[in-house]
Design a protein around this ligand. Structure first.
Ligand SMILES: [Zn+2]
Length: 388
């Protein structure tokens, strides 16, 4: 008789079907028409925001789409942190026009609005019906995602983040069918970002690499994306902050953000995002800044877990950094360069708010994937550490 081998605990099983074709390169936007035709589009809804009009990206996209023989309807009223109202407005435009393909052009908000619209347009009902994973029963329209920032990685994810217009509750609505069929990664599109956007989205991408690398849902495959995303962001972030025109560095960040987004799709996020979300909801602190502010303290907290520590050290080795103290110090240097080391006190937050913030942080979905169990009391302590 054979003895039964011990179960593998270090290599969790995974089932990953890559859904998003990645097309990367300078001037990759020029291919949007050809790619839209290839996946069956005839009448395109271009979802974007007004701010981008000034730098000409939407006009160029329309030009390429029309040159390929496609008809284009534009929805350019995307607002930051889109709500159910944004989705409803965009759906109305899409229904009226009778579109058969969606292009999301812009930052995470444009891509979220495009995905949210796709849910309602094809499956009906309201956004909250899709809160969670895999609730769309009917096929969805093909989506092409064209990011103009390097941060959210939404172009490589099947989630739409839409807030309820009334309650401001952020709903993560995910379905494999909602993932973009194609992500066009053109670093030239990211050169026009205002410096503050470059900083906030860049720190967010770096945080995605770090959080996905240690979550409970991490797999051998997601680990590859996390590690490479970390290496790319570490190589590119300081360069784009000091020289916004450095196109190679823009490319490093564009890939870093997309790879980190792919890692999120496979391994979710952790406690830095849990701690950050209530700061954004109550005090309007920009997502990347809130995440960056919490990140060093969360890494120090997680590194007390031996396995998480080992995984941070794998990233550290991949980037030629040293022990955990040096690893965190390097991150703090980047946060300094990004001008994101202001404590909570300077942002107008005091101790009396910690219990509410901590309670909400502990209830965030992402907290459940953190490598170390984390309670409201832990979050209160962590906010204390970054009070400044
Ligand atoms: Zn984030």
């Amino acid at each position: 008789m054979h003895s039964v081998p011990a179960r593998i605990t270090s290599l969790p099983p995974f089932d990953c079907e890559p859904r998003t074709r990645m097309v990367f390169g300078e001037d990759a936007l020029e291919r949007v028409g050809e790619l839209a035709r290839e996946i069956g589009g005839r009448h395109v809804l271009l979802v974007t925001d007004r701010g981008l009009a000034a730098v000409g990206h939407p006009t160029r996209a329309v030009g390429f789409l029309e040159a390929a023989g496609l008809h284009v309807t534009i929805y350019d009223e995307v607002r930051e942190n889109p709500t159910t109202l944004d989705v409803d407005r965009c759906v109305a435009v899409a229904r009226q026009a009778g579109i058969d393909l969606i292009v999301g052009l812009g930052g995470g908000s444009s891509m979220d609005t495009a995905k949210g619209t796709n849910f309602i347009l094809t499956n009906g009902g309201q956004m909250k019906d899709y809160w969670g994973v895999g609730k769309a029963t009917k096929p969805m329209l093909p989506l092409i995602a064209v990011p103009t920032t390097s941060g959210t990685g939404s172009e490589c994810q099947s989630f739409a983040l839409i807030s309820d217009e009334q309650t401001h509750q952020k709903m993560a609505c995910g379905d494999p069918k909602a993932a973009a069929r194609v992500a066009i990664l053109d670093p030239l599109l990211t050169v026009s970002q205002p410096p503050r956007v470059t900083a906030c989205t860049g720190i967010d991408a770096l945080a995605h690499a770090l959080e996905t690398a240690v979550t409970k849902k991490r797999t051998p495959l997601s680990a590859i994306y996390s590690r490479e995303a970390f290496r790319l962001c570490l190589s590119g972030l300081e360069r784009v902050l000091t020289d916004p025109q450095d196109l190679e560095a823009r490319g490093l960040m564009q890939l870093g953000a997309a790879f980190a987004g792919t890692a999120i799709e496979n391994s979710m996020l952790g406690a830095a995002h849990s701690a950050a979300n209530p700061l954004t909801a109550h005090f309007g602190i920009i997502h990347g800044q809130a995440v960056g502010l919490m990140l060093p303290a969360i890494i120090a907290f997680n590194a007390r877990d031996p396995l998480a520590h080992e995984r941070y050290m794998e990233l550290s080795a991949a980037a030629d950094l040293g022990p955990i103290e040096e690893f965190i110090a390097e991150l703090e240097v980047l946060l300094d360069v990004a001008k994101m080391r202001e404590g909570l006190a300077k942002l107008g937050i005091d101790r009396t708010q910690f219990p509410t913030l901590a309670r909400e942080a502990a209830q965030q979905w992402t907290a459940t994937f953190n490598p170390r169990p984390i309670t409201a009391a832990d979050f209160e302590q962590l906010y204390e550490e970054v009070l400044g």
